[in-house]
Ligand binder design. Sequence first.
Ligand SMILES: [Zn+2]
Ligand SMILES: [Zn+2]
Length: 349
Amino acid sequence: MSEKMKAAVMKGIGKIDIEELPIPIPRDEEVLIRIKSVGVCGSDVHYFVEGKIGDYVVKPPFILGHECSGEVVEVGSRVKNLRPGDRVTMEPGIPCGKCEFCRSGRYNLCPDVVFWATPPIDGTFCEYVTHPAYFTYPIASSVSFEEAALVEPLSVGFYAVRRAQVEPGQVALILGSGPIGLVTLEVLLARGITEVIAVDISPLRLEKARELGARYTVNAKADDLKERVMEITRGRGVDVVFETAGSVVTTQMTVELVRKGGKAVLIGLPSVARVDFDVIKVIDKELDVLGIFRYANTYKGCVDLLNAGKVNLATLITHRFPLEKAQEALQFAHEHKMDAIKVVVNVGS
Ligand SMILES: [Zn+2]
Ligand SMILES: [Zn+2]
C-alpha cells in the first residue's frame, strides 16, 4: 500500500482541491477503512457555501463529509469484531463516554463529541480514514456501499420516530420531503405506521414520497396545507408532526396541524434562531414539543432494517460524482435543491 491518499480539501468558501495526504494509521481499538461512498449532507453544503454553521466555523484546510461507507483494510491490535475485507458503515460522532449524557445513553448530547466534518474535525471526502471499531458496523453483501453511506441520514429519521414513540393507528405528518423527510417516512412505514402525509413544494420529492408509500402527499405551494390536513384527518389534526424542512413557516405550522395532546417533533434547523411560536396553542393543546439533535443508539437498528430490505435508500440517490469532482458535487447539491434528492460522492471504483 502506498503511503499517500487522495483527499478533497476545502481551501476556502466554494473551493475544494484534490491533495495528497498521509494515510492514517489505526490505533489499537481502531480500524483503517478504504472509503467507498460518501453522501453529501445539507451541513456539508452549508459549510461549503457559507463557511460556517452557527458557532462552527471552517478554518481551511478542512475536509467535509460524514455520511460514509467503506471496506476494512487493516485492524488495530485490540479489534475483535472486524476483519480486513468487511464491508462497513461508520457512525460519524465519537462521544467521550464519560459525561452524564454519555452515561445516560443520550450520547448525542455529549459536549465533547468528536464528529466528522464538524470544524475542526476533518471528514471523509478522502480515500482512507481510521475509526473506532465499536462505531463501525458490518453490512450485508446485498447492501450497496452507496446505500450503506445513507445509514447516517436514516439514523436521524429512526431516532426521531423512536423519540416520538409513534405507533400503528396514528397519523403522522412530515413537513419537508427531502432526504430526512423521506427516511422518516420509510422508518414510519417499516414500523407499521401506514397513515403518513408527506408535504413539500417540489413535485419530484412528492413523487418520491408517493413511490415510497406515503398515503397522502400535499404540495404546499399548490394547496392550502392546513385545509388539506384537516380534510384528511376529518378536522382532528395529526397525532405527530415531523418538521424536517427547517423553514420558519413550517416550524410555526406544526402547532396548527397537530391534534390536542399530540407531538411536534422539530428536526430541521430554521435559518434564524428565533421563531414566532404560538405558545398558547402549545399549552392549550397540551403538546409535546420534541427537539431532535442527530441520534444515539440507532446504527444497529438502521443496519438491520437495511440488511432486511425494509428500507430503500438507493432510491433517494439522484446524482453521483467521483471524489475528484467533490467541488462540483457540493456546488451541484447547492444549486439543485429542488431537482436533486441525494448527491453521493463515490471514491475509487
Ligand atoms: Zn448528514
Ligand atoms: Zn460525553
